[in-house]
Design a protein around this ligand. Structure first.
Ligand SMILES: [Zn+2]
Length: 313
């Protein structure tokens, strides 16, 4: 009997060892540039700040948090050691649970965000089965909008405080993209070639939110710096005086930063490349936003937008 138990234990240990080896590979995202700032506890004070947000605010609710870069958080409890690499979800399958403490509207926005992933990528969000040990729990805590980056073992929370983080479909899309393993666009190592950071306009103590990744630590998957990414901050993120904190070197890009209407073409390419999806991004208009419905303000080529409306609606 003892022999059987030992054999079974060895078998499971081997399976788990293989599993984790496969999850970390050379294309993982290196989070070491964020250091220990990614660890912390969810804060109600961040929830209060998010309550200042309205649809007309010149920034996004996820830019109001007191976590690393505003919305990156690995809750401390139960962890030991530093997470330096983001890991991927096996085969792009992400089991999830949604808190019952959401309105029908909130749930609709969250589901819509997932549907947009399903339309343009091979990522599969599906309800958690009892056999799924690793999963995301989408919760409505009064601690703002935040997520950890990549897959964490066990239950990991994606906090979407209603109604602030569930107003624009791009906010759940943004947090889910963190959970898949992506970081913020404006902190790419080569960002200084594309934007200037106006340090004098940043709220004191928030300068660390604009720290660049180390060269070679993150992968743009062949997509050049993308002002329209759903992972890009707003021009006035963390401003102390209402003036811009991120200034594009090409002024025509100014209005495009910080959109939360859907995926940019670059976002789709990056997700599909990281996860080895066979999908190709729709159309060839680099300015189109995939997921922006007729009510959204994503603008792009008429032909492609009509195509998107047909398949989104
Ligand atoms: Zn973020």
């Amino acid at each position: 009997m003892l022999k059987v138990v030992v054999l079974v234990s060895v078998f499971f240990a081997a399976v788990f060892a293989d599993d984790s080896d496969n999850e970390i590979d050379s294309r993982s995202v290196d989070l070491s540039y964020l250091g220990s700032a990614i660890f912390g506890t969810p804060k109600e004070s961040s929830g209060k700040k998010v309550e200042e947000w309205t649809e007309n605010s010149p920034f996004n609710p996820e830019e109001l948090g007191e976590y690393a870069e505003g919305d990156i958080l690995f809750p401390e409890q139960g962890r030991n050691g530093l997470v330096s690499k983001a890991t991927r979800w096996k085969d792009g399958v992400v089991p999830y649970e949604i808190s019952p403490y959401y309105s029908a509207n909130d749930k609709q926005i969250i589901k819509k965000a997932m549907e947009i992933y399903h339309k343009y990528t091979c990522i599969k969000f599906r309800e958690r089965k009892s056999s799924d040990s690793d999963y995301i729990a989408i919760v409505n805590g009064n601690t703002g909008c935040w997520s950890s980056v990549g897959k964490v073992k066990g239950r990991q929370e994606v906090n979407l405080q209603s109604p602030y983080c569930t107003t624009k479909v791009g906010t759940p899309m943004h947090e889910l993209m963190h959970a898949l393993g992506f970081v913020h666009e404006q902190n790419r190592w080569e960002r200084d070639d594309f934007v200037s950071i106006a340090w004098q306009n940043i709220k004191r103590g928030h300068e660390g939110n604009f720290k660049k990744a180390e060269k070679g630590s993150t992968d743009g998957y062949g997509v050049k710096y993308d002002y329209r990414s759903v992972m890009h901050y707003s021009p006035t993120a963390f401003t102390v005086n209402g003036q811009a904190t991120i200034i594009p070197k090409d002024s025509s890009k100014n209005l495009k930063m910080g959109q939360r209407d859907g995926f940019s073409r670059g976002d789709i390419i990056k997700i599909n490349t990281m996860y080895g999806c066979p999908n190709k991004p729709p159309g060839d208009d680099p300015d189109a936003i995939a997921g922006a419905g007729p009510g959204g303000n994503g603008s792009g080529g008429g032909g492609l937008l009509s195509f998107l409306f047909q398949i989104v609606n």
